[in-house]
Design a protein around this ligand. Structure first.
Ligand code: AMP
Ligand code: ZN
Length: 499
């Protein structure tokens, strides 16, 4: 089965056929570095991180390019407000962006060009556009002539005459047509500037992406991504510039993510209703933020709230427990007669089906919600298997238990949800080992063994009717966030929380 991608250009899902077999060239618009990014921005970057990871997991060699817009009106304004140079502001927030992405588990781009280091290529593209009759110079500014590009409006589905009617409100005498937009802006005093054939100036925002994507990937490249708020005018303008300049198609698949909202309103810096990613990550592990965001399809709006983060934390906890219990059951399996063969093969089937359904969902325009559902379904099958057969497990059960645990781990890690990390974060293993040393005479260094030793110590105390000692073990475990659950097959330790 082929991967299908919703292409904003055709407004349909299309089979994904990269320009070169086995390779994917993708470009995702990067941030304008004048502030810390908010969780809305993070959602878009996370969506494309998962798309990239999935394509790589499906065997493609992915080249992922993302620009940094390090010259822009907003950066200049911020610099003036703070009495710092625009370059300092840009550098501060470029570093902040990279570390926030790293903290969220977003893989670094294959290449990350800076706008300020691509100026000669930008000047070259503007010259090409002037030569080809698509741009004109007015007093040191250069404008793109929208009417010179017949396909203008096709990407965003807008009619050029309607746009024209809307644009007439803000008439700018210098433009030949109100729809025309700046490719190059003459520098005002105090602004960053570079020499050009039209005088000192700086590039327009749309131009940057056209130039950097073509330089890094060549055209047409496979996937161009961003949030849906970039379709118009940013991507419409990128496409017009690039196709007018090269005479070739620019992009094969245009992909746009839905907006993250708070109280049903788009999160944005201008509305002031934003939460910074770094502040959210100070409170919740990255795996929880990813779990929350990936429960919604990337093209749908996503409602963000503290309650939903807590739900996602609980879901992560549940699936972490499944893997822990499988691991534990596997390590402990040996002395029993073994689960019935048909139960073992049913669990094997559940693992295979989960893998199949995961791929089916992701192949269908990266349906991460469906993919997660497949993993949780497998989790339920595992729990049911353990609830029924835990007490009689034998060595022949080890294989399927291991298969199930590694399927859950692997599929989640394709989505960038690293269970190992969540587990490590959730598991104060050094404390458990210390506690087992004190209360159960445990001498080893393995956290799972230590938990088993504690459980055995509690059982021993109970069988001697030493309730005080038994409760001491229970309370000590409780202080680290563990609960002892009495099941028909005997007691077991679970991580408390959320669910
Ligand atoms: P900006 O720095 O404003 O250009 O935004 C960087 C990226 O974040 C772009 O791809 C935007 O489409 C995206 N973005 C901005 N606001 C949101 C939001 N509320 N939800 C999802 N993506 C957003
Ligand atoms: Zn862009």
């Amino acid at each position: 089965m082929a991967i299908r991608i919703y292409n904003t250009m055709s407004r349909t899902k299309e089979e994904f056929v990269p320009r070169e077999p086995g390779k994917v060239a993708m470009y995702v618009c990067g941030p304008t570095v004048y502030n810390h990014i908010h969780v809305g921005n993070a959602r878009t970057f996370l969506s494309f991180d998962v798309i990239r990871r999935y394509l790589a997991w499906r065997g493609y060699e992915v080249t992922f390019v993302q620009n940094i817009t390090d010259v822009d009106d907003k950066i200049i304004k911020r610099a003036q407000e703070e009495g710092r140079s625009p370059a300092e502001i840009a550098e501060t927030y470029t570093l902040a962006f990279r570390s926030a992405m790293d903290a969220l588990g977003v893989l670094p781009p294959t290449r990350q060009p800076l706008a300020t280091q691509t100026i000669p290529d930008m000047i070259a593209m503007v010259e090409r556009l002037i030569e080809r009759g698509h741009a004109y110079v007015v007093d040191g500014d250069v404008y793109f002539s929208v009417r010179s590009f017949p396909g203008y409006g096709e990407l965003s589905g807008r009619d050029i005459d309607e746009l024209e009617a809307g644009a007439r409100v803000e008439v700018d005498e210098r433009k030949q047509d109100p729809l025309d937009f700046a490719l190059w802006k003459a520098a005002k005093p105090g602004e960053p500037h570079w020499p050009s054939p039209w005088g000192e100036g700086r590039p327009g925002w749309h131009l940057e992406c056209s130039v950097m994507s073509e330089r890094e990937l060549g055209v047409p490249f496979d996937i161009h991504g961003g949030g849906s708020d970039l379709v118009f005018p940013h991507h419409e303008n990128e496409r017009a510039q690039s196709e007018a300049a090269t005479g070739k198609p620019f992009v094969r698949y245009w992909m746009h993510g839905g907006m993250l909202q708070i109280d049903s309103e788009k999160m944005s810096k201008s509305l002031g209703n934003f939460l910074l990613l770094k502040d959210v990550l100070a409170q919740y592990p990255a795996a929880v933020v990813r779990m929350l965001m990936l429960q919604t399809h990337y093209r749908s709006p996503l409602d963000f709230s503290g309650a939903r983060l807590d739900e996602a934390a609980a879901a992560l906890e549940r699936i972490t427990n499944v893997v822990r219990n499988l691991q534990w059951a596997k390590d402990g399996a040996g002395s029993g007669p073994g689960a019935p063969a048909d139960a073992r093969s049913a669990l094997n089937d559940a693992v295979r089906e989960a893998r199949e359904r995961f791929v089916e969902a992701m192949d269908d325009d990266f349906n991460t919600a469906g993919a997660l559902a497949a993993v949780f379904e497998l989790g339920r099958a595992c729990n049911a298997f353990l609830a029924e057969h835990q007490a009689k497990l034998g060595t022949e059960d080890r294989g399927v238990l291991e298969e199930a645990a590694s399927a859950v781990r692997e599929l989640l890690s394709v989505l960038g949800i690293e269970l190992g990390e969540a587990e490590r974060e959730a598991e104060p293993s050094a404390d458990v080992i210390g506690m087992a040393r004190d209360l159960a005479g445990y001498a080893g260094t393995d956290a799972d063994e230590a938990l088993r030793a504690l459980l055995a110590a509690r059982e021993a105390a109970r069988s001697e009717r030493n309730w005080e000692a038994a409760d001491a073990v229970r309370d000590a475990l409780g202080s680290l966030g563990y609960a002892i659950e009495d099941t028909p097959q005997g007691p077991r330790v679970v991580r408390r929380g959320g669910s």
